[in-house]
Design a protein around this ligand. Sequence first.
Ligand code: AMP
Length: 361
Amino acid sequence: MRIGVIGAGQLGRMLALAGYPLALQFRFLDASEDSPGGQVGPIITGAFDDPASLERLAAAVDLVTYEFENVPVRALQQVATTRPCLPPVEALRVSQDRLLEKQLFGDLGIPTPPFRAVDSLGGLRTAVAEIGLPCVLKTRRLGYDGKGQRYLRKASDVQPAWQALGAAPLILEGFIAFEREVSIVGARSTRGEVRAYPLVENMHRDGILRVSRAPLRHASLQKAAERHLRRVLDHFDYAGILTIEFFVRRGRLIANEMAPRVHNSGHWTIEGAATSQFENHLRAILGLPLGDTRPVGHCAMVNFIGALPPRDKVLAIPGAHYHDYGKAPRPGRKIGHCTLVAATATERERLLRRLLRLLPR
Ligand code: AMP
């Protein structure tokens, strides 16, 4: 069986690595032929919206999935006319637009920050007056890792923020003074089976995920997150892995965004859970029984951003698993990660401090 993956980044590479034991083969579509996926499967080089390249991919595989959120919806719709394409295109369409995403959360009874659509400077002023300061102005589309955002702290921030972002459709959100950020990663199969991983606590810097810790053991938050996850999964008649990111404020979850794909905050599952998110994504889209999502220890995942720490020193840490994506280092670019698996949370913290000291500054 051949799986086509739109996007050949590290997520595509990790999908393929999880799929080989299941006798799956992979073909990627990516603009660049030296993307990480190319280390583990052939890449059809072409733009994500190039009809000829999409046709070549569809013709070469039995089923298509994607590892990249900004795939044009029309491209996926084209592929879906000839091959099953999962997760559903509709989930991708909604997740590409922060406004549609927040409206859906609201419709499903999932709490969000207060938000308003913004299309003019006058509209922004009105929205700021309604939501109050501080607040966050974001582009509705194509924002990730904190790009396309401005924090508004005082009235004089409004005009410059509009000047910086106003060319695109925007959303204004109330600023949530959160205690922590968490995410839930879960799978739904084409047969409707659902399994969720334990909550993960995520630490970002400059809008980029730096460290995840799992499992976050918190029974009531876990229950609420699973309830929210299941509502979104069922709404889309979803198949594959879906991730929802939340803020935690006064013991309550407030949804920030969702990703209809395997997710950076789920990388710890490769070595830290009974079944990885990548294997469960494949099982889900193929209609196979989903695997056990229980953790096998106390895990921390550290992203390598812009530079790699010395591999020999990292591997000398007990329970460390080193992933080098084979990407050219550039400031702000995710080029690898490490997962630590420890017997206790205290031990994990000790190992994590040792790992963080090895990161190049
Ligand atoms: P996003 O690109 O929407 O995931 O935002 C990136 C990061 O910015 C989040 O992980 C938060 O740390 C922060 N952030 C985004 N939206 C808000 C908000 N409404 N209130 C407080 N912090 C936010």
